[in-house]
Ligand binder design. Sequence first.
Ligand SMILES: *Cc1c(COP(=O)(O)O)cnc(C)c1O
Length: 377
Amino acid sequence: MLSLRQEITGLKAYSPGLSIAEIQKKYSLSRVIKMASNENPLGLPPLAREALMRHAAEAFRYPQGGNPRLVEALAARHAVDPATLAVGNGSDEIIDLLIRILAVPGKHNLVCFSPCFSIYPIQGQICGVEIRRRPLKQDFLFDFDALLEAVDQNTRLVFVTTPDNPSGHCPPRAAVLRLAQSLAECAPDCLLVVDEAYMDFAGDEKEHSLLAAGILPKNTASLRTFSKCFGLAGLRVGYAVLPQKIADGFWRARLPFSVNILAEEAALAALRDTEFLAASREVVLSGRAVLHAGLEALDCRVWPSEANFLMFRMPEGAPTAAHCFEALLKSGIIIRPLTSYGLPDHLRVSVGDPQENKAFLDAMSRICAAAPSGRPA
Ligand SMILES: *Cc1c(COP(=O)(O)O)cnc(C)c1O
């Protein structure tokens, strides 16, 4: 009889935000606003669009092995040795591969918070690696001591997300540095993976990022992505700055062409589109403040965020989070329920453009004004 590996039988797959097409069909809507997956509200960088058109005819070719032009450009951007760079099919591919090249199934373990970005535990489970999770502190703050207590001689990876998803919390870089130093002492074979997918939106990047400050420790990796501030989520490009030995293992293990020829050209063009990047940061930082104030004015509890999304709870006596999510869908607005993160009472909304933010807040004020528990007035 055909049978799956035991790790796969019990697997809960990643549950992505709903798509615009799904919701248009389900509720017969002509216009749907998606604020569910932290994509860039300004869309595609103009220089990337132009590069995609210009290079479309080359799509029949295989990409150059190892994406050397993109590696060079990223090394220059972060002033690091190109031999420390990894690029992949989204940072998801890099997370998956780091686990596979570092951890021996059935022997090693990885450590992360609960809740956290679900790709770390999911890919760890697929790989057959023990997952050790430790709860966040009150208010979604990081308890690095609890993470350290979970680490032993068989820990090969510790994952932290800064700014964090889904809360938006971002610790100062000094706290992350202390974690790296403690790990270097107690578990010299363990890699600290700092996922900085949202770091472009932090108020002060150098204050929060070891990579931006140019002081990435020898046992620490920094993960970045083109999916958020660079506006290329659909093309799938992520990258990492790694200890050189691990970068070397990454390139030997990575599928040869996982960053395709158009994705590579678009990423190179997006890196040059400094005007678009500045505008994206600006629209997110101002929109974040508008959404934060607007939700608080409705008596929602909102957590401080350094990312391009906000996590919030409905006010006491208002309709539940689940009801709010459904009611927003019916008005053509998709946000992210956090049940898959184990947070059924919390919701996450991505910062949109000014019209989208206004449509969301208008819909929220109608929903909050409705009778308690979602019963119609
Ligand atoms: C969005 C996100 C990423 C990016 O994933 P890609 O595969 O590069 O699209 C990585 N980490 C976290 C925590 C994220 O939320």
